[in-house]
Design a protein around this ligand. Sequence first.
Ligand code: SF4
Length: 438
Amino acid sequence: MSDRLSHPIFEKSMKKTHTILIPSMLEFHMQLFESVLIQDGYKVEVLKNYGPSVVEEGLKHVHNDTCVPALLVIGQFIDALKHRDDVDKVVLIITQTGGGCRASNYLPLLRKALKKAGFGFVPVLSLNGSSLEKESSFKLSLSLIRKLVAAIIYGDELMYLYNKTRSYEKNKGDAHNLAKSWFKNLSGQFEKKKGLSFKDIKKNLYQIAESFDKLELDLSEEKPKVGIVGEIYVKYSSLGNNHLEEFLVSQGAEVNVPGLLGFVFYYLHNMVFDYKFYKIGKLKSKICSFLIKFMEKYERVMIDAVSKTKFEPMQKFSHTLTLSEGFLSHATKMGEGWLLTAEMIELVQTGYENIVCTQPFGCLPNHICGKGVMKKIKEVYPDANIVAIDYDPSATKVNQENRIKLMLEIARENIEKRKNQEKEENLAKKQAATTISE
Ligand code: SF4
C-alpha cells in the first residue's frame, strides 16, 4: 500500500512476482497480447471464467445501474479471485479510453467492488492514454507499443479470415484449427524474439492469408452476411454478447466483426481532432499523427496480403474515417462515437447490409451513435437491415436471439428478392437480344 494513496499500487518489482489478470474479450487478440507481454517479462493470464457466477458477482458488487461492461468485467475479476489461492500475488488490469462517459470511472468502481468483496489489497492497473491516475497506469514503452501493434495486426487479419471462411468450410473445424495453428506458430516466434519486426510481420501476414485461401470451401450457397458493431466490450466479448458470433454462424450466416485496429485509429484520430476543433493537446496531437502514420504502414501490408487471396480485403481506415460525414460530426467521440456510425456504413457498402448493433443497456453514447443514426442510414441505404440489441443481465438470451432471427429472416428474403430480380433482368436481356437478331 502506498503512503500517499489509499489503495495498493503496482510496484516495478511486482513484474516478476505478480500475475496480471486480463478480462476476456477478443479471443484472437488476447492470446497474442498474452504472448507479447510474457515475452516482455510479465506474468500474464487472460481470464476464461464465464457463466452465471460472473454476472452474479457483478450484480452483487456494483450498482445495477452501472454500465454492463463494467458489471461483467468486475464480476469476472471477483469470480476469478474467489477461485484462486494466489490472490496476494495478482494484479488486475483494465483498459480505459477516458473521455466524458462513465468508462473514466471504472477504476474507482472496481476498487470499491474489490474492497466490498474482501480483495481491497489487490493492486489495479489501468491501460489508458488519457493520463488517468498516472500512478496506476500501465507503462508502455515504445518497444512494447510496437509489439502490441503487431499483435493487433495479426489478430485482425486472423479474425477477418477466420470469419470469411468458417461459415463455408467443407471440413468442419478447418478454419478453427488453422487459426489455432497460427497462434501456436506466432507465440513460438515471439518466444524466440521473432515475428515482431516489420519484415517478419509482412512475411507472416502473407503466409496467413495464403493459408486461409487454400482452405477447402463450399461457396455454392449464398449466406446472409452479417456485421457486428457496437460498444467495444459487448461487440468483442462473447461474455458480453451471449456468444453472438457463434449464434450467427449456427444460424447459417457469414459474420464480419470490424478489427481492433480501427478502434485504435479512432482513438488516435480523436486526439488529433481535439487539437483541430478545440486547440487542446498540441503535442499529443503530433504524437498521435505520428502513430497513425506508423500504423498505416502495417495496415497497408495486411490489406495487401488479403487482396492477394480470393477474399475481399478490408477497407483502409483513412476511408472509414470519411464515412460518418453527413451523419455525425467527428466531434461526437464519447464511447464508440462516430466510429460506430462509420462502421455501420462501411459494412453496408461492402455487402454486409445486415447488422447487429450491440448496445449495453443504458449506454447513452452508443444509443446516439448507434440507434440514433439508424433511421438516417436506412434512408440513404434502403437495403440496410439493422437490428439494435440491448445487452443487460436482465435481458433474456431467447429474446435477443429471436430478434436476431427475425433480422436473418429479412436478410434471406432480400437474397431471394435479389436473385429473382437478377433472373428477370437476364430474361429481359435475352428476349431483347432475340428480338434484335430477328
Ligand atoms: S461507452 Fe457506454 S457502456 Fe461504455 S462506459 Fe460509456 S456509457 Fe458505459
